[in-house]
Design a protein around this ligand. Structure first.
Ligand SMILES: NC(=O)C1=CN([C@@H]2O[C@H](COP(=O)(O)OP(=O)(O)OC[C@H]3O[C@@H](n4cnc5c(N)ncnc54)[C@H](OP(=O)(O)O)[C@@H]3O)[C@@H](O)[C@H]2O)C=CC1
Ligand SMILES: O=C([O-])CC(=O)C(=O)O
Length: 273
């Protein structure tokens, strides 16, 4: 038997998925993995202290018997998931991901802005054993940007537009929320500028990538625009993502992108890169 992408039976073995976080993105990841036809054996969730199985199962739309909840990374490692998807925060990337990699557990990160922090990068570099997948998240076109980088990139600009209420700070009207480098953006907006970090990693780096974040009353969706020029190509990429119903600051696309990384890690979808 093969699935849509031609992956074999072995790729469809029941998956033990680890999740860090149990919010809107984690829910989207699970829905997508299920929709892809991958059977779930177990989902182990690293949650904040105080959460319990019934609550987490209900938030994620899972049967309680398929859920275990742990409160630290040692507990997550002890459960031995096939792959872990971080869907939580920059702080979680710093505190959890290095230990997962050191334990050789393949890990997908969504909170890519964490990689703008020298301390987090150093911890990940020191772990240096497992496989880290950086999800493209709410944006796309990163393969082209990386390819053009090899020829020499001249300039990369990322513009993120969201409805005013989707930005922290109580915006109600059109405004320039931020203008500056991708590093500043990622550090200043840990929950809203992960795309800026992703574009920086694929292209010119955190300090040379220019970012504008805009509150825009005309937007009903989250719009991401990347403009680049390089020696072998110039490009423009635009993606308009529907907001997650339970967290309008997060585009639904981001969860689907994390799911795609999970599926790629178990050989259950084409791994374009
Ligand atoms: N790459 C991309 O394009 C994008 C990336 N993101 C990243 O994804 C993250 C998740 O997004 P989303 O699901 O919408 O956010 P939500 O706020 O809906 O959910 C976040 C979840 O993570 C949990 N959490 C946060 N920190 C920790 C921690 N240290 N340990 C355990 N659990 C933790 C929260 O717990 P609790 O509810 O108990 O506080 C909550 O369950 C965002 O914070 C952002 O960093 C978001 C959008 C796009
Ligand atoms: O989901 C989005 O549209 C983008 C986002 O929040 C981020 O870059 O962190």
């Amino acid at each position: 038997m093969t699935n849509r992408t031609g992956a074999s039976d072995t790729a469809l073995r029941a998956l033990h998925l680890g999740l860090v976080g149990c919010g809107s993105m984690a829910g989207t990841v699970l829905r997508a993995v299920r929709a892809a036809g991958v059977p779930l054996a177990m989902v182990t969730v690293l949650a904040r202290p105080g959460r319990n199985v019934a609550q987490v199962a209900q938030r994620l739309g899972l049967e309680p018997e398929r859920v275990s909840v742990v409160f630290d990374v040692a507990g997550l490692i002890a459960c031995a998931p096939h792959v872990v998807a971080e869907c939580a925060s920059q702080e979680a990337v710093r505190d959890v991901v290095p230990a997962l990699l050191a334990a050789r557990i393949e890990t997908v990160v969504a909170s890519v802005g964490a990689l703008a922090q020298a301390e987090t990068l150093a911890r990940i570099a020191a772990a240096d054993t497992g496989t880290l997948r950086v999800a493209a998240g709410a944006v796309g076109g990163m393969d082209a940007l990386e390819a053009v980088r090899l020829s020499g990139l001249h300039a990369v600009t990322y513009v993120g537009r969201k409805p005013p209420a989707a930005w922290p700070g109580g915006y109600t009207d059109n405004a320039v929320v931020f203008e500056g480098s991708a590093r500043e953006a990622a550090l200043k907006f840990p929950r809203n500028a992960n795309v800026a970090a992703t574009v920086a990693l694929a292209g010119l780096g955190f300090d040379a990538t220019q970012v504008r974040l805009l509150a825009d009353r005309e937007c009903t969706n989250n719009v991401h625009e990347i403009t680049f020029s390089g020696r072998c190509a110039n490009g423009f990429f635009r993606m308009e993502g529907l907001p997650s119903p339970d967290n309008p600051r997060t585009s639904l696309t981001a969860g689907y992108s994390v799911a795609r990384c999970v599926l790629a890690s178990i050989g259950s979808c084409l791994a374009f890169s």
